[in-house]
Write a protein that binds this ligand. Structure first.
Ligand code: SGN
Ligand code: CA
Length: 521
């Protein structure tokens, strides 16, 4: 006799409607719960399970625990490296041009098909807490409390079905409090659940919580090899961006070096410090006053100043990550204590990754590795063998199908991703994708000034098409993992360039990219 799960997989998982499970109902194991912990701008390079230069100085033990007890996806990518667009892709399983959310100024059409709605219809309890950033209200959730827009780090306001509520505390802790409260006291325990816990952290302006204001004070973060990249082989996009540590990152709002003379007049100081209560201010001042004093005495310039900014940025960024990691631990502990862990699939991911000084940058947007990638680890006892590594090319586009598949819910034919469930079982389907499609839409007129582009990445090569300005770039990731050498016009690569150009055309057609989205100018 096939187990219910085996039956689902043999049917490709996808085609099995919840109703068809009737025959198996008696011996069927309960459907698995899903916990999706999602952060904002958490770089793959800042998750120690991925190794990398920061792993030993700034470990993330709780996120690593998910990887250790489950699977790490080594090649996990996004479709469009920006917040709202990534969230819309996760919800719908559709690329941006089909779900209608191309850039952060769009409004998500909440009437469209999403995986939470499909899970809800199949009898799951659904909830989302934390960052949402899709402008319209959440749909398809039994319970929700989301931050308005980007939200704030301290004493944040939440939008809920019953209106606005301000909460005292640090946002990463408050979001997990809400999620745990729902799990323990609010949900219908007769139903399986799907819970999305979505952090604001470690998004700019990287405000650490009270427990981690000084965690990395005595750490020197290794610099990336490309901190002083001169973009020698590249065209306009890398030269004209506005996301460098040197020029774009501010000393006041980003690095909190509000000097005594100017701070009261500074809107960013009011915005940040003005939100803190008395106790929070005390802790904040104790952490930052000595840093401001040291900075003022140092009189740094040129490369020394960039190096100092990099260290200061990483301190606050990693302080924020430390709170995220603590709260992942709270969730894992609760699941274990309650016994829910046995039948709960826990994912940790981020809307997208982030530059931590690579190429001299912070932020994301480009198709280059640091922002094309995103962390993805998953734990599913009994299905994922502990310590598994997956090298297949996966995308946030696959989330919706994965969640539906593991819940035994039929996957609608218009979704564009693929279920990761076979990969989680340690089997790579022979026809698994050999390339991923990427399309960034926000454009040079918006913050950070990155030209629109699309492109394709295979296991070895990458082609980017900055179509508004007619510039293309090509990288051999095996020989040039840091993407310093654009070989688009190099004769030795002519054949590979042609192959990837064809692949890009194929993917544009496959995913139905409207030709109107690819026009010059
Ligand atoms: C804000 C940030 C930008 C960031 C965008 C989008 N500036 O505008 O640095 O790129 O959000 O980020 S800030 O000073 O207000 O933090 S996203 O993750 O929401 O897409
Ligand atoms: Ca983000």
């Amino acid at each position: 006799m096939l187990s219910r799960r085996d039956f689902l997989y043999r049917c490709g998982g996808a085609a099995v409607a919840a109703g068809m499970l009737g025959a198996f109902a008696e011996q069927a194991a309960p459907r698995p719960n899903i916990v999706w912990i999602y952060s904002d701008d958490h770089a793959q390079n800042a998750v120690s399970a991925y190794g990398g230069r920061l792993a030993s100085v700034a470990p993330t033990p709780n996120i690593d625990r998910i990887a250790r007890e489950g699977m790490i996806f080594r090649n996990s990518f996004v479709t469009n490296s920006l917040c709202g667009p990534c969230r819309a892709v996760v919800l719908t399983g559709l690329h941006s041009h089909l779900n209608g959310f191309r850039d952060n100024s769009d409004k998500f059409d909440g009437s469209q098909q999403t995986f939470p709605k499909l899970l809800q219809a199949a009898g799951y309890q659904t909830a989302v807490f934390g960052k949402w950033h899709l402008i319209s209200e959440p749909t398809g959730f039994d319970q929700w409390a989301v931050l308005p827009g980007q939200g704030v780090y301290y004493n944040p306001e939440f939008l809920t079905p019953d209106g606005k509520r301000e909460e005292q505390g640090y946002v990463t802790d408050v979001i997990m409090d809400k999620a745990l409260h729902w799990l323990k006291d609010e949900r219908d325990t007769d139903k399986p659940f799907m819970l999305m816990v979505q952090n604001k952290a470690p998004h700019r302006e990287w405000e650490p919580g009270p427990k981690h204001l000084t965690t990395y004070d005595n750490v020197t973060f290794p610099e990336p090899e490309t901190l002083f990249d001169d973009y020698a082989t590249r065209g306009r996009p890398a030269h004209e961006q506005d996301m460098s540590i040197e020029k774009t990152m501010t000393l006041d709002s980003d690095l909190k070096m509000w000097t005594n003379e100017n701070k009261e007049k500074n809107p960013s100081w009011k915005r940040t410090y003005g939100r803190l209560d008395e106790e929070q201010r005390k802790a904040w001042d104790a952490a930052y006053s000595p840093k401001i004093e040291a900075y003022e005495k140092a009189h740094l310039e040129g490369k020394d100043l960039v190096r100092w900014k990099y260290q200061r940025f990483l301190q606050d960024y990693m302080n924020c990550v430390a709170s995220v990691d603590d709260n992942v631990g709270r969730m894992l502990d609760y699941l274990a204590e309650s016994g829910l862990d046995k039948n709960t699939v826990v994912f940790y991911s981020s809307d997208q990754s982030f530059y931590l000084g690579e190429h001299g940058w912070f932020d994301k947007r480009f198709i280059y590795e640091e922002s094309l990638r995103t962390p993805l680890v998953a734990r599913w006892p009994g299905t994922i063998a502990p310590g598994s590594e997956c090298a297949a090319l996966v995308q946030n586009l696959d989330c919706a199908e994965t969640f539906l598949n593991l819940a035994g819910v039929s996957v609608p034919g218009n979704m564009q991703g693929r279920s990761l469930v076979p990969l989680m079982r340690g089997e790579t389907p022979p026809d698994w994708r050999g390339s991923v499609y990427y399309h960034y839409y926000e454009g040079v007129e918006k913050v950070h000034k990155v030209f629109k582009h699309d492109g394709v990445r295979t296991a070895r090569y990458k082609l980017a098409d900055f179509y508004t300005i007619g510039e293309r770039e090509f990288y051999d990731l095996e020989k040039d993992p840091h993407e310093l050498n654009n070989v688009y016009a190099t004769p030795e690569y002519a054949e590979q360039v042609k192959t990837l150009e064809k692949e890009l055309d194929r993917l544009r057609a496959l995913y139905q990219v409207p030709p109107g989205d690819l026009v010059p100018g």
